[in-house]
Design a protein around this ligand. Sequence first.
Ligand code: RIB
Ligand code: CA
Length: 321
Amino acid sequence: MKHIWLDCDPGHDDAMALILACHHPESRLIGVTTVAGNQSVEKTTRNARAVLAAIGCGQIPVFKGQSSAILKAMPFCAEIHGESGLDGRDGKPLFPLLADEEPDGFWLLNWKETLDKVWKETGEKVDLVAIGSLTNVALLLTLFPEVKSRIRITIMGGAMGIGNTGPVAEFNIENDPEAAHVVFESGVELAMVPLEVTHTALATPEILAAIGDSSPFRRKIQEMLLFFRDTYRDVFGFDDPPLHDPLAVLFVLHPDWFQSRKMRVDIERASELSRGQTVCDVHGRSSRLANCNVALSVDVDRFWKSMLDAVAKADGVIQEK
Ligand code: RIB
Ligand code: CA
């Protein structure tokens, strides 16, 4: 059993990561923090709560994190995720939004105290899966360095070559390169699932057919992926959308389904051409210490089997109500 904490910016693919983290048999999702990115942090928080409630996991604590990067405001990604951050093709939020209710206290302290409680209960490291910008994670490591020995970090982000929102920069890293630098220099056990891997996990028509439309929940998941398909087609020319974020959850649960390599990864922060690039020393040409286990490929069929099983489990929970 892996104890997982998701730091996310829901987002269509973040929603699929929440489903996998909640309903994979080897995963215990212990909490969620939200960050700005795909949309404002107010919207990503509403979406996280709405998805958790819709999949029978409304009891999972959600703490709203940073609304901007460490040094600057965040450019939201409405062209991919819509105005709400989790739109359907009708331009409306896909999941019923709950009333905004913020837990008392400072979100970082709430986060730290929840992690402390899990360590006391389990004595095991928590797998922190970061699938948005690394702003929240950088602040956690900076304010509470004692956390470092009790977590592993797995991120969806970065690219070894071509970027998405930048020529060589991926969205999550480009949104806050300074935060990414803090995380990659932290010395914490770190893994990265880059675009080269996530771009092989495409929600094809066969996958949509396998999800089917035999229940309101399955129709909603189909609608979510169809919206994501349309925007990814318009913006990036993809026939089918890549499901980035659930792959970072899968890397924690089944690292043996991936090929990966430990290497040096640095974050470009100065260049006006490549700010936000993950500079991956794939062939170990520099003398710099390797600091990250980078995924190189994934068994896509096994990913989809796990993802579809989690959708079926969530559907079953909904039907039981
Ligand atoms: O570049 C893809 C990443 O950016 C994914 O995490 C997606 O949700 C967006 O946050
Ligand atoms: Ca994301």
